[in-house]
Design a protein around this ligand. Structure first.
Ligand code: ZN
Length: 59
């Protein structure tokens, strides 16, 4: 039997603090940065949108 130290409860840290939101350059949705994909200093919500690149909204 293992008799290690009792498991310490994790401090209740709001996940929002640990995961700043970024905006997908393709569709504009906000996603946690640790789940977003970055390319060319842009962020994307999914691999699909990363491949599509930034939305063409120049005008
Ligand atoms: Zn997107």
């Amino acid at each position: 039997m293992t008799k290690g130290p009792a498991p310490r409860p994790k401090p209740a840290t709001p996940e929002i603090d640990a995961a700043p939101m970024v905006r997908c350059a393709q569709c504009g949705v906000h996603v946690p940065r640790d789940r977003a994909l970055s390319q060319d200093q842009q962020w994307y919500c999914t691999e699909t949108h990363r491949l599509q690149g930034p939305a063409a909204r120049d005008r």
